[in-house]
Structure formats: structure tokens, C-alpha cells
Write a protein that binds this ligand. Structure first.
Ligand SMILES: Cc1cc2nc3c(=O)[nH]c(=O)nc-3n(C[C@H](O)[C@H](O)[C@H](O)COP(=O)(O)OP(=O)(O)OC[C@H]3O[C@@H](n4cnc5c(N)ncnc54)[C@H](O)[C@@H]3O)c2cc1C
Length: 372
């Protein structure tokens, strides 16, 4: 494999894991970030790995999510070895509660679809809840258990990837962001920050919601918009829930320390990263609706992040037509964590000019009808 120098713009989960994969593959990697690793959408993420819930009815997202989920076990094993960091990673399923006959029908149809695809999924009647989630609401009419789903600690994963990237020689420059990306005559790509003028064989643009704020010479604005998500953490008694519990208005994630994450809002409010009282109240109600004993739990923290959303909710991942050395890896919206192992594989193929992966045809920026 040819040696490559690569600048990665942005140190969220996408930037850090891409930096790790590229450095591990022999590239000379330099990451630049306006804040510190994992401080964008990544810090708020619930880390749920659930393509058959979060696919939101999109066959494409479900397929990509399933493929990425299948890569998760080896990805985590490798990262544990290379970083020597503890990682929170559980594959003990999701438990999606139905509260109406419409939910029962929808989840029943999903169970049949999963059976057709060879993915396990079982319908659990309320009398069986004590065997799975004893604290789940008795008002539920049943639940769909999808055993292959799970969750990962997103901050720990991101920091582990940054550490592993550094172990393979990657450099991180924090508190300086790209303001401009420019082509250079010999095919290299330049990245300007307020303080530095850098260049490399390849640049990977992984600045999440902020990708559209970086000027790329000769291309249109990247169509990525921030969608705020708020999430609360409750100090529950240990073992309140065993696995991710999902409902019509939100979800719960059991943290190993006994706390429970409750998510999440979906708000179109620009680049505003503040927490709001109404969101906290709504999320508390979501928690109590799914697991009534959480009504009395103390709120220990609130997290907010800006999900990077593209026009069709599908990531923008591919080479620029205008600056061939520039690779976009952004717009992962609600599935950035789930899609991480697949993303790093695809970016690696683009950076090292490997054979085209069929998934890239669906993710290529050219589909958007703007000059990128
Ligand atoms: C509440 C919430 C819950 C979520 N839950 C899930 C979930 O359960 N499962 C799932 O798969 N996904 C989930 N997501 C989505 C997931 O978190 C995102 O898709 C993912 O974090 C995007 O990662 P990223 O690295 O692209 O962006 P970010 O994490 O936003 O990282 C971008 C980085 O770029 C930096 N940056 C900005 N401007 C510049 C610049 N000019 N130069 C250099 N760096 C710059 C930023 O500071 C930031 O660190 C959730 C998101 C939210 C908000």
C-alpha cells in the first residue's frame, strides 16, 4: 500500500476513528480540531446500535446499519488491543415496547421482516416481561426483543480511537479549526486555519454539523445542517433495566454504573448547544412512561449535541469531484456511531485508492445535485 499523508478535519467519533484506521494502515495522519476530541455531537450520543429501529423505514440505512453492526465485534476487539482503553460495549439487545394496537401491528410486521432476513427478533407478551425487563411499564401491550442490537460508550470509544491513533504516530492539533480547504497544483490539498497553512496528499472532512462552515475552494456549501438532540442521565438504582428499552417517544440506555440515559429531542434550532428545561421535563416523562420507577430518579446530568443532517438523512461519504484529494465523511445524522466501523472501512478505501466498495455509490456526494 502506498504511503499517504492525511489531514483529518474534526475529532468527533468519525474523525478519531478514521484517524486511527488510517494511522494503523501506515498513513501519516494529522488531526485538527477546534475544541478537543469528542466534544461535538459525539459527546451527547446515546451510542445505541440498532439498525432495525434507527433505520427509520429507510431500506438503505437499514442495510448500511446492519453491515456496520456486523463489523462491530472485530472493530471493538482491535481497538481494545490497540488503545488498551476500557470500552463500554454490550450486545444484549433492544426491548421495544408497544403501547397501542398500531404499535403492536408495526412491531409484528418488523418481527416478520427480521425473520425473513435471518435476523432474530421475538415478540414478548407482558406476562413474560419479568424474564427480560421486570421494571418495564405494565401498560405496555408487548415488546419486540431484537437480540443482536446493543450499545457502546461513545466518549470512551472516541478517546480510545484518538489514543490508538496517537500510538500509531498520528498527531492531534487542538483548538484550531479549518477555515478553508484549497487544491494545490501537484494534486495535494491545503488546509488553512487561522494560525496554520498545512497540506497533505489527502484531506478527510469530518467536521460533523460544522462541515458547512468550512470554505472549500470551487465547491458549493456542503448541505449539512445541525439538528439538536438533548439527553438526560438519571441516577437510577442498579439494574433498573438490563438492555436498551425503546418506546414511541424515546429510549433508555442502561449504563454500567447503574445510571440510565434517556433520549432524545430532535430540534431544528441552528448551532444552539444549550440545554432547555422543557426538554428535561419531557425526557423525564419519557423515562417514567417506559419504566415507572424512574419517575423518582434524580437527574444527574443533561447533554446536548448537534447531529449533522444531510438532505436525505444519509451520510455524505466520497471524493470531491472538484478536489479529488478531498474525501467527505460527514452527515451521519442519527446513526454516526452505528455506522462508524463501515465509515472507517470506506474512508480507508478512498484514501488508499482501493477498489470501489458498492456502498459508496449510495453515499457519494454527487447524488445531492450540488457541486461538491
Ligand atoms: C442526543 C443524541 C443521541 C444520539 N444517539 C445516537 C445513537 O444512539 N446511535 C448512533 O449511531 N448515533 C447517535 N447519535 C448521532 C451521532 O452522535 C452522530 O452521528 C455522530 O456523533 C457524528 O459524529 P461526527 O464525528 O461526524 O460529528 P461530531 O461529533 O459533531 O464531530 C465533529 C467535530 O468537528 C469539530 N469541528 C467543527 N468545526 C471544525 C473546524 N472548522 N475544523 C476542525 N474541526 C472542527 C467539532 O468541534 C467536532 O468535534 C446521537 C446524536 C445525538 C445528538
Amino acid at each position: 500500500m502506498q504511503s499517504r499523508s492525511v489531514i483529518v478535519v474534526g475529532a468527533g467519533i468519525v474523525g478519531c476513528t478514521v484517524a486511527y484506521e488510517l494511522a494503523r494502515s501506515g498513513a501519516s495522519v494529522h488531526v485538527i480540531e477546534t475544541r478537543a476530541p469528542g466534544q461535538g455531537a459525539t459527546r451527547a450520543s446515546a451510542g445505541i446500535l440498532a439498525p432495525f429501529i434507527e433505520g427509520h423505514g429507510s431500506t438503505l440505512l437499514r442495510g448500511l446499519g446492519k453491515r456496520s453492526l456486523d463489523l462491530y465485534d472485530p472493530f471493538i476487539a482491535q481497538l481494545r488491543r490497540d488503545s488498551n482503553h476500557p470500552l463500554i460495549y454490550r450486545r444484549n439487545g433492544t426491548f421495544e415496547l408497544a403501547f397501542s394496537t398500531a404499535d403492536v401491528t408495526r412491531l409484528g410486521e418488523l418481527a416478520s421482516l427480521l425473520a425473513d432476513r435471518g435476523v432474530g427478533g421475538s415478540w414478548i407478551e407482558p406476562p413474560q416481561f419479568p424474564n427480560y425487563e421486570p421494571a418495564a411499564s405494565p401498560a405496555a401491550l408487548g415488546a419486540l426483543l431484537i437480540p443482536s442490537h446493543g450499545f457502546v460508550g461513545v466518549t470512551s470509544l472516541t478517546l480510545a480511537a484518538a489514543a490508538a491513533a496517537e500510538n500509531f504516530g498520528a498527531r492531534f492539533t487542538m483548538e484550531t479549526g479549518a477555515i478553508r480547504i484549497v487544491p494545490i497544483d501537484d494534486g495535494r490539498v491545503g488546509v488553512h486555519t487561522p494560525q496554520l497553512k498545512l497540506d497533505a496528499d489527502r484531506v478527510v472532512l469530518a467536521a460533523g454539523s460544522w462541515s458547512s462552515q468550512i470554505t472549500v475552494e470551487g465547491v458549493d456549501a456542503i448541505p449539512v445542517t445541525p439538528i439538536r438532540g438533548q439527553l438526560i442521565q438519571l441516577q437510577a438504582d442498579a439494574g433498573a433495566i438490563e438492555r436498551v428499552v425503546w418506546g414511541p417517544d424515546g429510549y433508555l440506555v442502561p449504563w454500567p454504573d447503574g445510571s440510565v440515559l434517556v433520549g432524545s429531542t430532535v430540534e431544528d434550532v441552528g448551532f444552539d448547544e444549550s440545554h432547555t428545561a422543557d426538554a428535561v421535563q419531557r425526557l423525564h416523562e419519557v423515562a417514567a412512561g417506559l419504566v415507572p420507577r424512574l419517575a423518582a430518579a434524580e437527574i444527574s446530568s443533561v447533554r446536548t449535541g448537534l447531529r449533522p443532517k444531510g438532505p436525505d438523512d444519509v451520510p455524505i461519504l466520497g471524493r470531491s469531484r472538484v478536489i479529488p484529494g478531498l474525501v467527505y465523511a460527514t452527515a451521519h445524522y442519527r446513526n454516526g456511531v452505528l455506522l462508524t466501523p463501515l465509515t472507517v472501512q470506506l474512508v480507508r478505501a478512498l484514501v488508499f485508492d482501493c477498489a470501489a466498495d458498492p456502498a459508496l455509490a449510495d453515499l457519494d456526494p454527487s447524488r445531492l445535485g450540488v457541486r461538491l
